[in-house]
Ligand binder design. Structure first.
Ligand SMILES: NC(=O)c1ccc[n+]([C@@H]2O[C@H](COP(=O)([O-])OP(=O)(O)OC[C@H]3O[C@@H](n4cnc5c(N)ncnc54)[C@H](OP(=O)(O)O)[C@@H]3O)[C@@H](O)[C@H]2O)c1
Length: 347
């Protein structure tokens, strides 16, 4: 049977964060042989040629090692990563900003390190060079500024001293052909418009953590891409775990919503989705929405980043993005409840 939605393999990007954070299936630390290599092999067999990582993920070395073991030329993949956040020693007042749920399987070599910020041009240079060395290829397909809105909340952000010099260094590296595209990797869609206004003509791709509940702001971003062209990368499709729940989110055990433990308000919002979806799993809705975005906005929505530690799940996610069914009645109820924008194309 032909796929319901034509989403070619080159639209999928494998997200590497679990190679660092884990946990491995069944819990515990990530192991190169048992966990990383089978996933990179499966991604390759599925036709996935792009990988998304970050210094923060503690993951890129494992990717590089897996490519080497599998005898896959690093220059045959498109590798994109992120900067600003780096790993430093847990000394002084350093604080871990990642939720506990994301810190379960970190390989031993990264123990005793925690996430820190360095937006200086030399800091950015060190970060992206380390990434290039670890994955093993000649160039970086993209470098995104990683979570500047989080930086603003945690340690403050001054555009002139933090963002502008980092961007100008990345432009220099792009002009020298060490990197191909400059992007954002963010959890807050509104930051895209701020970046476009402050750094006109710079943005090649906006990576936004994604799920159907942010379709409203996403449609605005797609509109903005018509004025100042840039691509949109969907960084995940389940907002962490929010769209994988199989019980009413109002009373489910703690889960991640946009990579933080869901609040009462977020649980209530997810519960509205859950009740309207009825027998359609939330997971299917999220996959269908991602597929529809790629099909209807092919110039702008060019990448779906997905991640798992279970190879069969990667197969399943690609299938769901192409084939998951959402009944017409569910779409219309979601629209009537204003959970999905009315203008969103559902077929
Ligand atoms: N600020 C940023 O720049 C930013 C933030 C977040 C993410 N990202 C990027 O986006 C990538 C993807 O993030 P993500 O993996 O969190 O994406 P996601 O699509 O939001 O969520 C993946 C979750 O869905 C679950 N899942 C997938 N298929 C499933 C199935 N068939 N049944 C049940 N559960 C299923 C996974 O469980 P299992 O893993 O147990 O299979 C995992 O918990 C990251 O690796 C990273 O590259 C960037």
């Amino acid at each position: 049977m032909p796929a319901k939605r034509e989403v070619s393999a080159d639209k999928f990007v494998f997200g590497c964060h679990r190679f660092g954070f884990g946990p491995a299936p069944g819990g515990g630390a990530v192991d190169l042989q048992r966990h990383v290599i089978p996933l990179v092999k499966m991604a390759s067999e599925l036709g996935i040629r792009a990988y998304d990582s970050a210094v923060l993920y503690r993951a890129t070395l494992q990717l590089g090692q897996a490519l080497q073991v599998l005898q896959l030329d690093p220059n045959s993949i498109r590798f994109q990563t992120k900067c600003l956040r780096y790993l430093g020693l847990t000394v002084g007042s350093s604080v871990e900003h990642q939720p506990e749920a994301l810190l379960q399987g970190i390989p031993r070599r990264y123990h005793g390190l925690t996430d820190k910020w360095d937006a200086s041009p030399k800091g950015v240079e060190q970060q992206i060079c380390r990434e290039r060395i670890e994955y093993g290829g000649d160039i970086l397909h993209g470098v995104a500024l990683h979570d500047p809105p989080d930086m603003e909340k945690q340690v403050g952000l001054n555009w002139d001293t933090d963002i502008r010099p980092a961007v100008s260094y990345l432009k220099e590296a792009k002009a020298a052909k060490f990197l191909k595209r400059i992007g954002l990797g963010i959890k807050e869609p509104a930051f895209v418009e701020r970046f476009l206004a402050e750094e006109p003509g710079t943005l090649d791709y906006a990576g936004i953590t994604f799920c159907p509940s942010i379709l409203g702001p996403l449609m605005q971003i797609i509109k903005a891409s018509e004025q100042q062209p840039f691509e949109v990368t969907l960084m995940g499709i389940n907002y962490g775990q929010a769209f994988t729940l199989t019980e009413d989110p109002i009373s489910a055990p703690p889960f991640l919503y946009n990579y933080e433990v869901a609040t009462a308000e977020e649980r209530a919002l997810m519960s509205r989705f859950y009740r309207i979806c009825g027998s359609t799993p939330l997971l299917h809705l999220a996959a269908a929405v991602a597929g529809l975005l790629v099909v209807h906005f092919p110039k702008t929505v060019t990448q779906i980043v997905t991640s798992t530690m279970t190879p069969s799940r990667l197969v399943e996610t690609l299938r769901l993005v192409r084939e998951a069914e959402v009944p017409a009645t569910v779409w219309s109820e979601l629209k009537a409840a204003e959970l999905i924008p009315r203008e969103f194309p559902t077929s």
